[in-house]
Write a protein that binds this ligand. Structure first.
Ligand code: SDX
Length: 429
């Protein structure tokens, strides 16, 4: 393998050192390109551009591989918990017994939000999208915990904020749901672990205590684990970019929540169910909608399908599809949208348009089926994605702020506007 790539332009030769990752991925470093050639690269959507070196998550889009700190996602989904996986992502290794106990204990210590923050909820309209509330409340945390609003917090301060965010975001999300249905907030309980606490805050009420079902807890654990990180996706890149200006962790996470909200990204899980409901209402004509998805003029996309990196099955989609089947069978639920989703998948995977473009179901295609079975409302689906992705965002922010090679993110552009011309003052009336 050559040690560098050679770029020639206008008679100039630029040698770009080749970087090889621990899994054999190759890149060439164009750090000197502009100074040595006067040129820049242009790569809309950054489909061919690496923004950093990272040790957190490895994914191979061709082989459908996803590993957190080297551990295959299939093993974590089968055997780990969301709290343990969050520790793995943020600290770089699995915790021992004492570390896990202390980490879990700290979640209970920090599960309440500042009581004054409850006032925000009384000001939001009951129809507010919970992603709007979540991003605002996370940024507002910087006002309530100013001691952590530092340019470069120390390791232990970052770890404290991490636990605070992971625990309080769960409470904020549950409170936003209660606000939307006009029910009193149910506070976190010290005796419940992460997922049961969330479910209790969401679905318990003074008149109806919520019965915690193991299968539901496990299904939600698995979904949160599967969403916990995904290397340099749009929202994680946003968290890193905002943090690169030395904005605090709360502000960076708030920006990540906003990026995730988009239907092309974390908002897709909500868009998939809205799509399936529309198809079902329209008689369930799968062929009609597959044809529309192929027709550029139809303005219809098969939501939950396709991925920038996976050109094979998204390993998470496979696990979620099986978990959806298992949970609905265990709960005795028949959801026609699951059957419709399977028919859409089966038809698309046999169609040349999808095969040629290597379009497969992604993490969002089946996840909404599980959220529906649990009773989570549609507009909370992106919020569930955010709760899951939070440890990944924090791990990347920590890696970015602690990396001496990190510089403020400031891409360039190719200008295609007007060339120089003089100002012409408006004629006097
Ligand atoms: C997530 O990056 C991550 O890791 C994200 C994520 C994570 O964990 O963080 O995995 C989570 O965001 C998953 C993706 C959720 N979004 C959706 O399901 C929305 C539907 N999918 C598409 O919009 C699209 O596939 C994207 C946004 C996911 C990927 O977009 P790309 O990589 O920019 O691909 P593209 O739009 O350039 O598509 C390439 C071709 C085009 O056709 P041609 O111009 O070549 O003829 O494939 C077509 C597209 O029209 N295409 C689709 C399609 N997705 C791509 N056609 C119909 N339906 C689709 N869903």
């Amino acid at each position: 393998m050559a040690d560098f790539a050679e770029l020639k332009i206008d008679g100039k030769k630029v040698e770009c050192p080749v970087i090889i990752g621990t899994e054999g991925e190759k890149a060439f470093d164009i750090g000197k390109l502009r100074s040595q050639s006067g040129c820049i690269t242009l790569d809309p959507g950054f489909a061919n551009t690496g923004s950093c070196a990272s040790a957190i998550t490895f994914l191979d889009g061709e082989k459908g591989i996803l590993r957190y700190r080297g551990i295959p996602i299939e093993q974590l989904a089968e055997k780990s918990t969301f709290v343990e996986t969050s520790y793995l992502l943020i600290h770089g290794r699995l915790p021992n017994h004492d570390e896990l106990d202390a980490f879990s204990e700290a979640f209970n210590e920090h599960s309440m939000i500042h009581e004054d923050m409850i006032n925000f909820f009384h000001a939001y309209p009951s129809t507010s999208h919970p992603m709007a509330i979540l991003s605002a409340m996370v940024c507002a945390m910087s006002a309530y915990y100013p001691e952590f609003v530092k340019e470069r917090p120390a390791q232990e301060e970052i770890d404290r904020i991490a636990i605070q965010l992971l625990s309080k975001v769960r409470t904020i999300c549950a409170f936003s749901y209660k606000k939307s249905i006009g029910e009193p907030f149910v506070y976190p309980r010290y005796d419940l672990s992460y997922v049961p606490n969330f479910l209790n805050m969401m679905f318990s009420s003074p008149t109806h205590p919520y019965k915690i079902v193991d299968e539901v807890v496990r299904a939600l654990q698995v979904l949160l684990i599967l969403h916990a990180d995904h290397e340099q996706n749009c929202s994680t890149s946003t968290v890193r970019l905002v943090g690169s200006s030395h904005a605090n962790l709360y502000a960076s996470i708030s920006a990540g929540i906003c990026a995730l909200w988009g239907p092309l990204h974390g908002g897709a899980n909500q868009a998939v169910i809205e799509m399936l409901e529309k198809i079902q209402k329209d008689g369930g004509n799968v062929s009609k909608y597959i044809a529309m998805a192929k027709d550029k003029n139809s303005n219809f996309r098969l939501m939950g399908f396709g991925h920038r990196v996976y050109k094979n099955f998204d390993p998470r989609a496979k696990i979620i599809k099986k978990r959806a089947d298992d949970l609905l069978n265990k709960l005795g639920i028949h959801d026609p949208l699951l059957e419709l989703a399977k028919k859409m998948e089966e038809t698309a995977l046999k169609d040349e348009y999808f095969i040629e473009r290597k379009l497969y179901p992604n993490v969002d295609f089946y996840s909404g089926i599980i959220y529906r079975a649990i009773g989570i409302p549609l507009n909370m689906f992106p919020v569930m994605f955010a709760i899951g992705r939070l440890p990944g965002w924090i791990a990347h922010w920590k890696e970015m702020i602690q990396d001496p090679a990190t510089k403020i993110g400031r891409p360039l552009q190719i200008y295609v506007g007007e060339t120089k011309k003089d100002y012409t003052p408006i004629e006097k009336r």
